[in-house]
Write a protein that binds this ligand. Sequence first.
Ligand code: SAM
Length: 411
Amino acid sequence: MAEILLIDHVGHRGDGVALVEGHAVYVPYALAGETVEVAEVHGHPDRRRLLAVESPSPERIAPFCKHFGVCGGCAIQHWQMERYRAWKHALVVETLRHAKLDCEVAPLIDAHGNGRRRITLHARMDTHEVVKVGYAAASTHDIIPIDHCPILDPALERALDAAWALSEPLIATGKPLDIQATATDNGLDVDIRGSGPLQPKLIAALSRVAEHHRLARLTRHGELVLLRAQPTVAIGKAKVTLPPGSFLQATAAGEETLAALVKDHCGRAKHIADLFCGVGPFALRLAERARMAAFDADAPAVDALAKAAHAPGLKPIKAEARDLFRRPLVPQELRDYDAVVFDPPRQGAQAQAQKLAASRVPVIVAVSCNAATFARDARILIDGGYRLECVTPVDQFRYTPHVELVARFTR
Ligand SMILES: C[S@@+](CC[C@H](N)C(=O)[O-])C[C@H]1O[C@@H](n2cnc3c(N)ncnc32)[C@H](O)[C@@H]1O
């Protein structure tokens, strides 16, 4: 049954929020002040589906993508850019305020640049045995077929055609596939997951598709199917060969922005630890003027970093595979460093923050993709005697509610 709601504000996931008898009700793609016609969403009493905007906000704009509102990728393309940016900045301000962290939040830095350089596409067969390749629809497992995605780096756009073509021979496996593609300096690096081990006939068919689409590398769950060129990315003075499926910041501009802030915050430190280093976007740049020790649980990423560390003009980098949740660096080990950088996954770095809080490291730089877990870890550092000097939000996931931040702590 249709219902009319007045939207009160835009929530932290980008949905319009209406207050119904004191309870929040979430309406995706609605803006503050709008009166909207909505329908119930089965199984989600606090969500509604937008049917029509009866009185649009003056801040509403036309989305630029034909898939917007269906594909589940972007949450916000329908809001004036300045208002969107203010909302994103406020997400960080509010999270810090809620955690009683007293600190100025610098203006949001836009880091969309040329767009996303990594995507994961999903391929499924529908009931008529037709392959669908695209993104998962918002709040469901349905696949929305995608043939164009304007938020991608132009170098990644070709991955859509390649993913459709790679899915065709795999249809026979009847398995749902995840196809991860990364734009590298030598072309697309594609890893297919979900198919299970493949017969030689299928490998040959996939290799032909990879050749035809001029992929740099095709792997199946990390196992090589075809290598035309090593997939490398330039990081500062170094060149890193990416392990299949390894982490890379979503946009090149995002990586450069985060790395520039990290470098600036480390100041004149001469010996720095980079925790949760990945393939080394911070360590390899910081090594231009400091000795580095880099740690991450992803052994292939650490190995790739160690190999890239031999580039001329870099100070020594010691790279170690280590699970920092189970075995965080302890205060005695941390004594070696005059700055520590940590950039954990979304769940944050609680165990490592506790050890850092008990250390004497003079400068700590936190990079985070989750303001809530950052706030928790920041509180641990502050309770250990650190001062939170500054927080800078960075927007590399434009049109989504995700926001990165970089913060500096000193003691
Ligand atoms: C947000 S990424 C940051 C990577 C790198 N700093 C960058 O900018 O590309 C988080 C990293 O944490 C690593 N990681 C996840 N769990 C870990 C753990 N328990 N111990 C150590 N590293 C972990 C991942 O492998 C990944 O490289």
